[in-house]
Design a protein around this ligand. Sequence first.
Ligand code: FAD
Length: 322
Amino acid sequence: MILIVAEHSNGKLRKSALELAQAGRELARELDVEPVGLILGSGVQECASELARYLPRVRVVDDPALADIRADTWTTAITELAKDLPARVVFLSASRTGLSVGPRVAVRLGAPLLEDVTSLEVDGDSLAATRLAYLARVTERVRAGSLPAVVSVKPNVYALPAASETGSVEAAEISFGERDLRVTVGEKRKPAGGSVALEEASVVVSGGRGLGGAEGFATLVEPLAGLLGAGIAATRAVVDAGWRPYAEQVGQTGKTVAPELYLALGVSGAVQHLSGMNRSKVVVAINKDGDAPIFKAADYGIVGDVHKIVPELTEALREGKG
Ligand code: FAD
């Protein structure tokens, strides 16, 4: 069986969880085994039911000890359920959680670990995968020579599945020991500003060096993103200059996004940036250089100064909404 660990937030499955269901379904077909979803959390029955629309079978551990995401509790729960099934592959999203939990589960299961993969296939008795390595300078082929294996999948690489199942939901219980509960989570505060999760956003407003500084993000990108309910992204040049946090970098060495609409403001369109956003449905670029490569990737383009055009665009959208 394949155990698919589905992440959720605020009572809803994350987009990456659905992509993982799709990846798991494809691999399960190749391995001729059943894909089984897993929901961990507290008060998460609805998430489990939602996942059962995509997978034939879902297991859910609904326990107050899982109210916060803690690597130790997740590791124990996933390991126990993987042994119980038994799972030939444990699938996680290559999110912060997945990248933190995956290695721990692999150690407990004594299983090989393939991390942050962008494609995966069965090759005889082993799994072969592709991933980016060495700060994305190299595409690497990696192989897990034995099963069970633990695999984390890069978000926004797999398509979203159709909701075609009426799967069963089975409750499971895990008894957590003292060592699982050593870390406690205290107060939680939301950061000010862009609070839309970039990898989940259906609209992304992205800024490049053409914005001229952190100020350009505050005055041009943030108001537009706020109006559109969009996630904020940046190029590596921007992040390296310290104008925006690394978490907002899109591209080969940053995040991969696949929104319905990607607005690129003052972004040149370097190939390393494009590889992180070229799955966007519609791309709109604003750049003062008509020969900038971003226009080759764009569906709509405006040649002009972001400082002039973006406020006009924001104003027009605000009036249109009002
Ligand atoms: P620039 O290339 O300097 O472009 C700025 C653009 O703004 C120009 O096109 C200019 O015409 C335009 N502009 C200037 N002023 C205005 C104005 N007033 N109005 C409108 N337009 C204006 N980059 C990433 O983004 N993500 C990655 O993950 C990434 N990974 C990399 C990995 C490796 C191994 C390497 C070597 C590079 C990587 N890069 C990555 C860097 C990438 O090659 C580019 O250097 C970077 O994307 C450029 O960022 P930029 O478009 O903001 O800046």
